[in-house]
Design a protein around this ligand. Structure first.
Ligand code: PMT
Length: 406
């Protein structure tokens, strides 16, 4: 099916870095130009070892840019970064991914990436061992958490005849991702207020010790970023460090009591509340004054229950408000989730079996079952941003069709 013309009027910067897959960037540029886009190519010095500048210059809408210093414009990175409707980097090497994640601007491509507020699509390509290296995965996770779109590499034949994960995605998949990102937002979350909680609360025993849990905040943060990407105005109440993202207001808290007061305040104007946080069920009472001394023996720690924030929200739920709870389970996932859905007057429960490998607390990945009053939906093991997208798809379905925003 021809899509010719559907990207007409769009200014797209295509960044090509130095990998064998650079030859596929030629096809990406050709397809974007065929679809009507104005394509401005940037090549890193290493990319020139793999393909000639003439090829890209001849195919694209303007000559290829290669340096911060040789361009007719004295500041090519800001001109390109500001004009861009979107930047796509294909292939993106481990070096370019690392520089972008670290905010380094040591060549024209990375400088342009730092100088833009346009959406960015990064298409990694490298050997399997490099792709799986914790440093590369950490950088990819950092970029995802900032709202950068990643087109995952595919399995297949790599340079030198090796076979494995790391091959650049097909040009058609890359261009489809560009179209998806540039498509006008259809999200029912646009213009809504979404409140998300994240992290694990810490309950003081004395002046230095706390009762805590293993939640890292990663799943809640991914939901906040994705909701903001869909156009929501987001309040994130979190116990964990969060790299600022536009559209997300952050409220830092520590205890269950602080989380409750921040959530209750934000929930009065919230269309959606998503409680991803692992809130302590019990807290020490009283809190010992100062530091409990070892010489004083084992402290007699007495616990009292904390208020259930979500149950409180469920009891006071406004018509049209969507309430989402999480359930960290180790058995009877769906049965327990259904119990919470009914008991706390929720619309959705996202249940994760935290006894499974790579699921739940602390991991970059999760696997969940999304339970609503009428259906259950399994999301197999995936990175937490993908899980976040599934959770918000369910939220959007709960908002449909009677609660269209004015
Ligand atoms: O933060 P990560 O490392 O990324 O890990 C993600 C996660 C494992 C923390 C997340 O996926 C998750 O499962 N969060 C809920 C953990 C939990 O406390 O579950 P629960 O079954 O104890 O609580 C059920 C629901 O009630 C939760 O939405 C919780 O936020 C809420 N609750 C619990 C206690 C309380 N006092 N008030 C609450 O609102």
């Amino acid at each position: 099916m021809s899509n010719a013309g559907d990207l007409s009027g769009r200014f797209i910067v295509v960044g090509v870095s130095g990998g064998i897959a650079a030859y596929k960037a030629v096809e990406v540029c050709r397809q974007l130009v065929d679809a009507g886009a104005h394509v401005a190519p940037i090549m890193t010095p290493d990319a020139e070892r793999f393909i000639g500048k003439t090829t890209l210059s001849a195919l694209c809408s303007e000559p290829v840019h290669t340096s911060l210093w040789d361009d007719a414009s004295p500041i090519p990175h800001t001109r390109l970064g500001q004009r861009a409707d979107l930047i796509v980097v294909a292939p993106a090497t481990a070096r370019v991914i690392a520089a972008y994640a670290a905010g380094m601007s040591d060549d024209l491509l990375t400088a342009t990436l730092i100088a833009t507020v346009a959406p960015v699509v990064v298409c990694p390509a490298m050997h399997t061992e490099m792709w799986e290296h914790p440093a590369v995965q950490h950088n990819i996770s950092t970029l995802r958490s900032r709202g950068v779109h990643i087109v995952d590499p595919e399995d297949g034949r790599l340079a030198g005849g090796d076979i494995g994960r790391g091959r650049l995605a097909a040009p058609e998949s890359i261009v489809a991702a560009v179209r998806r990102v540039l498509a006008p937002t259809q999200s029912k979350l646009a213009g809504r207020h979404v409140v998300v909680s994240a992290g694990g609360t810490r309950e003081p025993i004395d002046a230095v010790r706390v009762i805590a849990n293993r939640s890292s905040g990663k799943q809640g943060h991914a939901i906040a970023v994705e909701a903001s990407r869909r156009g929501a105005s987001v309040t994130l109440v979190t116990t964990a460090d969060f790299t600022p993202v536009s559209g997300v207001r952050v409220v830092c808290v520590e205890t269950a009591a602080e989380m409750k007061s921040a959530i209750d305040a934000a929930a009065t104007s919230a269309d959606v509340v998503i409680m991803t946080a692992a809130v302590a069920d019990f807290r020490p009472v009283p809190i010992a004054e100062g530091k409990w001394k070892k010489e004083d023996g084992v402290p007699p720690i007495v616990l009292e229950p904390t208020p259930d924030i979500l149950a409180g929200l469920g009891a006071a739920k406004r018509p049209g408000q969507v309430l989402v709870g999480f359930a960290a389970e180790t058995s009877n996932l769906v049965e327990n989730a259904k119990g919470k859905l009914a008991r706390k007057n929720l619309d959705i429960v996202v249940a994760n079996d935290v006894s499974q490998p790579k699921v739940g607390f602390g991991h970059d990945t999760n696997a969940v079952t999304i339970v609503t009053k009428s259906a259950t939906h399994n999301v197999p093991l995936a990175d937490k941003h993908t899980v976040a997208a599934h959770v918000l798809d369910s939220v959007e379905q709960s908002l449909h069709p009677t609660q269209e925003h004015p």
